[in-house]
Design a protein. Structure first.
Length: 386
């Protein structure tokens, strides 16, 4: 039986620039015939991963339960090896040779060719293997002149490495039961067999209404400027918007458990942490300027079995246009509930839904209203364990 967990949220942000494009403007998208404000899925996932780090600091998650995305793996391994009593320079070289044994080459500046997304358990276990096999890790013969190209050089280094070292490191690269790797997946270009398919899909957040960019013109004055000198010492503009976003994500429960090597206890803890983070974590773009800390006012989490996922963005294909003195968030929630009911009638339901709503909206059987986010999360966990 396939079980999916879907989360829908409506979040009305005050003027802000949460997620910028290459020109510094708020990201947007064309949807339903009008321009909408947008926050990318990558930005939202980054916010959730930062929330995971905060849970580690609060001792709710273990440091070993999360991953690190970096080009500086060599530095991390060298640091762990120094803690084991190895000299730094030798540790750096041994780590470089060990990575080369599995075709993860490092450039002259000490960085890998691309960002590596590795669980903390994988990194610490890799350092342990290097420490244990220290004496067997030695430089390989120089690459023949006709094998100077990167791809061939990687293969040559891997072929020349200690087979036991290579096997040990390959065995380590299993995702390390890291929650963010299990949820969001990873690709290792040089070791595709060690890539991991994501158990979670996150949609780009889009505004439920037409959104327009605005400009904040600012000036700044030098504090030490003579009083008799007029004019600003710096000026410019910052683009911003204000939008009620529809946000959506879906988690394949069985795939999450599989990615976490059948550790259901960790899967439950990880799913709860993800759902909580999806609700409370915010993008950080320009927040020092705008302080748009506005929690979602409508959250629905659905546990559904043997049905396809349903992104409800088409509830807002026609842009919401609230009347005078009407709440934009409330009108958006009414549209969302109505679209969910229409799809249930057309394609069948088979779901348990739990709703946290701060707006006065008739749920029309969409789900059970609950007073707090913790209540919603508790009911979701209970539904998964039934």
């Amino acid at each position: 039986m396939r079980t999916i967990v879907e989360i829908h949220a409506l979040q009305n942000f005050a003027p802000s620039n949460l997620n910028r494009d290459d020109t510094g403007a708020p990201k947007d998208a064309f949807f339903g015939g009008t321009r909408r404000a947008r926050v990318s899925s990558q930005c939202l996932k980054r916010a959730v991963r930062r929330h995971f780090s905060e849970l580690v600091q609060g001792n709710i998650l273990s440091a070993a339960d999360i991953a690190c995305r970096t080009k500086r793996l060599i530095d991390m391994l060298a640091g762990l090896l120094v803690e084991k009593g190895r000299p730094f320079d030798e540790a750096t070289e041994k780590a470089r040779l060990a990575l080369a044994s599995v075709k993860l080459s490092v450039k002259d500046d000490g960085k890998s060719e691309y960002l590596l997304f590795l669980g903390q358990r994988e990194i610490s276990d890799m350092a342990r293997v290097i420490h244990e096999k220290w004496d067997s890790i030695a430089p390989v013969d120089s690459t023949p002149s006709n094998e100077k190209k990167t791809g061939k050089a990687k293969k040559q280094a891997a072929r020349s490495a200690d087979p036991e070292l290579k096997e040990a490191i390959e065995k380590i690269l299993d995702g390390g039961k890291a929650l963010d790797v299990a949820l969001f997946g990873r690709m290792l270009a040089d070791m595709p067999e060690k890539s991991q398919n994501a158990s979670c899909q996150v949609a780009h957040a889009i505004s439920t209404h037409t959104a327009h960019r605005e400009f904040d013109f600012y000036t700044a004055v030098d504090d030490l400027k003579p009083e008799d000198t007029a004019g600003a010492d710096m000026m410019g503009t910052v683009e911003f918007n204000s939008a009620c976003f529809y946000r959506y994500a879906v988690v394949d429960w069985e795939k999450l458990v599989e990615n976490l090597q059948q550790d259901k206890e960790l899967a439950v803890k990880g799913l709860r942490a993800f759902l909580e983070g999806f609700v409370v974590a915010e993008p950080t773009g320009k927040q020092n300027t705008f302080a748009a800390h506005n929690p979602p006012e409508f959250v629905a989490v659905c546990v559904r079995r043997n049905v396809a996922p349903r992104n409800l963005a088409n509830a807002f294909e026609t842009a919401v246009r609230p009347g005078r003195d009407e709440s934009l968030t409330k009108k958006s929630a009414e549209r969302l509930v109505r679209k969910a009911a229409d799809l249930d009638r057309a394609y069948g339901g088979g779901q348990e839904a739990f709703v946290l709503s701060l707006v006065d909206t008739d749920l029309d059987g969409f789900g059970a209203p609950l007073p707090t986010l913790n209540d919603v999360l508790d009911r979701v966990v209970s539904a998964l364990q039934e």
